[in-house]
Design a protein around this ligand. Structure first.
Ligand code: SAH
Ligand code: TMP
Length: 394
């Protein structure tokens, strides 16, 4: 294995570790966030990896259902799955609050979600959900109880798990011979193109490219047969995967994506070093924007206290002196403070243009949804600050 780091995002707190008033002045646990490229496997991952139990436990604040974009995307995918693959049983790894499985009949789905505080939302509705980490052991247990499954779906989750061997061996134990595995994760190519360095934080162990993922999958005799490019989370890929023995034809989208990644240079370390210089430039530009606005005494707030924005705020040293507060619809984040930068997070109750001039868009990945919601603020001359593809005011 030849891993070399190419990007240093400084000392960072845990991205989802929102502070309560009580622990606001306690010393926060921090780690050095560096990102590496493995020239053999072509995988991009963070250097320091923490145990799942530290990050995914019964205080996990993230709820997939907080975004209409996600709800809509999951709904459309469920329809497609029913139509194309007609599965009898579907398993979801990382089912969170059930935003995906709720589109199916209760007896048709199995959800695996280790954060019991979120898992219980679906449990209460009588869905078969398990508050456990995905593993071979759990897969065997589910196989004994339910038999094989014909579709496994996992969105924005596999990239959070260090031990990919355990993940795919577990999948191979329960997926039927003709079964389909659907993985969906942010695309490394889009991350580099859009300079979204905030895709990197303690929970996002990997940001996958197709070439990197293919290198992993081949060890388990799994093969990507189609790729859908999605706009979700700043550009994601939805990989449709089959067993190697399944004669299903390979769609041209796979070769197209592979080619796009190779010609962009995703196989070369040099490409990642260039990205790192763009990230440094991005930090300089963003800091300048805030500085200029503050010099003019403008009021700036944040919208969407995302895990991603933890990386940006800490890397660019933007704190509660610059941003007055964040608004967020997630109950578990409200009345807390952003990790490291201690910006208060308030309940979203609309925006008063008379009091607010600029909004830093932490949830830039839901820009369209948010701009639609905040039509009035925009119409009245309110402005947003966004960092991708480069820092600017819009
Ligand atoms: N699939 C949802 C949630 C993504 S957030 C969506 O796309 O919106 C990532 C989820 O992965 C969290 O709910 C987290 O608890 C879960 N997760 C993390 N490690 C896991 C593991 N080892 N096995 C199963 N789920 C895991
Ligand atoms: P994510 O980028 O990690 O998916 O998180 C999005 C965050 O943004 C989540 O905390 C909810 C918040 N949010 C709002 O506050 N208002 C909105 O309209 C949307 C779409 C998200």
């Amino acid at each position: 294995m030849k891993k070399t780091n190419f990007l240093d995002l400084g000392n960072q707190p845990f991205a989802n570790n929102y502070l309560t008033k009580k622990n606001l002045f306690k010393k926060e646990k921090k780690y050095r966030l560096k990102v590496c490229f493995d020239s053999l496997t072509k995988l991009v991952s963070i250097e320091k990896i923490f145990s799942s139990k530290l990050m995914f436990n019964n205080t996990y604040p993230y709820r997939s259902s907080m975004s209409k974009t996600m709800i809509k995307s999951f709904k459309e995918l469920s329809k497609l799955i029913d139509k194309k693959f007609k599965p009898k049983k579907i398993l979801e790894i990382g089912s969170n609050d059930g935003a995906f499985i709720k589109n199916f009949k209760k007896n048709k789905t199995i959800g695996v979600e280790p954060c019991a505080n979120v898992e219980k939302i679906t449990k209460k509705l009588n869905y078969n959900t398990y508050p456990e980490y995905w593993s071979k052991k759990l897969s065997r247990k589910l196989f004994k109880k339910f038999g094989e499954v014909d579709v496994i779906y996992s969105a924005n989750t596999i990239s959070h798990i260090k031990n990919l061997d355990e993940v795919f061996k577990g999948i191979n134990l329960i997926l039927s011979e003709k079964g389909i595995l659907i993985l969906e994760d942010p695309s490394l190519l889009e991350c580099l193109k859009r300079n979204t360095y905030d895709q990197f934080y303690n929970e996002h162990i990997y940001v996958f490219s197709t070439i990197g993922l293919e290198n992993v999958l081949k060890k388990y005799n799994l093969k990507i047969f189609k790729i859908d490019k999605l706009d979700i989370h700043g550009g994601s890929n939805r990989y449709f995967i089959k067993r190697k023995s399944n004669p299903k034809k390979i769609h041209k989208s796979v070769a197209q994506q592979r080619k796009a990644e190779i010609s962009y240079g995703l196989k070369n370390y040099k490409t990642y070093k260039k990205f790192a210089s763009r990230v440094k430039r991005s930090r300089k530009m963003l800091k300048n924007i805030f500085k200029k606005l503050k010099n003019k005494n403008k009021t700036i707030i944040g919208y969407g206290a995302t895990a991603k924005s933890t990386t940006i705020l800490n890397y660019c040293n933007i704190n509660n002196k610059t941003i007055d507060f964040f608004l967020d619809t997630t109950i578990d984040k409200q009345n807390k403070y952003t990790p490291g930068t201690k910006i208060p997070i308030l309940k979203y109750l609309g925006i008063d243009r008379n009091k607010i001039d600029y909004i830093f868009l932490g949830a830039w990945n839901f820009k369209n949804e948010i701009f639609k919601k905040e039509k009035k603020f925009i119409k009245n001359g309110g402005k947003f600050i966004i960092h991708t593809p480069y820092p600017k005011i819009i």
